[in-house]
Design a binder for this molecule. Structure first.
Ligand code: CU
Ligand code: ZN
Length: 181
């Protein structure tokens, strides 16, 4: 399946789930009412990792859906929202550190953690991850917790959820800027 068809199919599926599709849909109103933000992940230099990450806020909780290909088969990959919506550098370093509006340490969902700390991606035997996470501490609405204008990073290695401030998850193998869709 080509990348374009892959992304289009995923987006259509997500839009139909969110009730966001249809004639006359107002994107601005959608954003206020919950709406959706999205990042298209593109590979950093030497990587072939691509995908799409969608964010929706429902009843104060953030739902994150990630569809990513080109990962290590059966591998686990650190996955975070980083502070800066800048994927211009060849190694993803332009996205800065983990998004951390509350001044917390790096950690797992079950303990104090950066708001941008997401559960690691887990790839299947074909190197594809297709996952959904429900989180608190992030939003797509305006405010300090907003992910809009920030970046999603996929790392080469698993997140140990303890090494400060990165989780020791290695290089950055894909990057995407998050924008309201
Ligand atoms: Cu990261
Ligand atoms: Zn972190």
């Amino acid at each position: 399946m080509s990348k374009i068809i892959f992304l289009t199919a995923i987006t259509a599926a997500f839009l139909s789930l969110s009730g966001c599709a249809g004639p006359g849909h107002d994107h601005a109103m959608g954003a206020r009412a919950g709406g959706m933000a999205m990042a298209s992940l593109t590979p950093t230099q030497g990587s072939t990792v691509r995908g799409i990450v969608m964010f929706r806020t429902v009843d104060g909780q953030m739902t994150v859906v990630a569809k990513v290909s080109g990962l290590k088969p059966n591998g686990e990959h650190g996955f975070h929202v980083h502070e800066l919506g800048n994927c211009a550098s060849t190694d993803g370093s332009s996205a800065g550190g983990h998004f951390n509006p509350d001044g917390k340490p790096h950690g797992p969902q079950s303990a104090p953690h950066h708001a941008g700390d997401l559960p690691s991606l887990k790839a299947d035997g074909q190197g594809v991850a297709d996952q959904k996470f429900v989180l608190t501490g992030l939003s797509i609405a305006d405010g300090v917790a907003s992910v809009v204008g920030r970046a999603v990073i996929v790392h080469a290695q698993p997140d140990d959820y303890s090494t400060q401030p990165t989780g020791n998850s290695g290089g950055r193998i894909a990057c995407g800027v998050i924008a309201i869709h």
